[in-house]
Design a protein around this ligand. Sequence first.
Ligand SMILES: [Zn+2]
Length: 204
Amino acid sequence: MVTAPPLAEFPWLHHEFGTRHSAPLTGRVATLRQIHSAAVWSVRQSSRGLNEGGCLGEGDALITNEPGLLLAIRTADCVPILLVDPVRRVVAAVHAGWRGTVAGVLTQTVRQMHTDYETNPMDLVAAIGPAIGPCCFEVGSDVPLPLVAGKADLWEANRMQLEQAGVAAIWTAGKCTMCQPGMFYSFRRAKETGRMVSAIGLRE
Ligand SMILES: [Zn+2]
């Protein structure tokens, strides 16, 4: 797995960016049917007690403040982003391909963390995980992102989105899924069906 040093500093936090060699997650895990949208889910403890996890519905970002629940997203070339508010102890996991990036899924996630949990964006620590890099992401002019020599930079587009939302502490893995076949699945490289699972959660 790949971990982000700024997130590894919090002993009460579990986080990981999956690789093709990662072990499956265990315990209570909340997931979504990912649809390349800006739909965000807040996973709250219900009156019936602990949330059991499982697939909650359609969307591309999950937020919780519930200890013991892992939020997981699956990616191959799309960007996994993990967020933590160490002040309010709230976490989020976000799936951002180019469509989600353009739709502003990170902007929506930061906004909803503020609305639902009173997160101040200034407190957030963000980690942008392994994803197809500006070295490899060739796209057509139909993709409304800045292009350099026909290539789009999803890492930078998402870093800027966080910055514009008021997030200052942003770490980027800088690892391209297409360039490192030994470590990552890449849909674009090989039409591989495998997905890496990235997750974040508060320890119980
Ligand atoms: Zn690359």
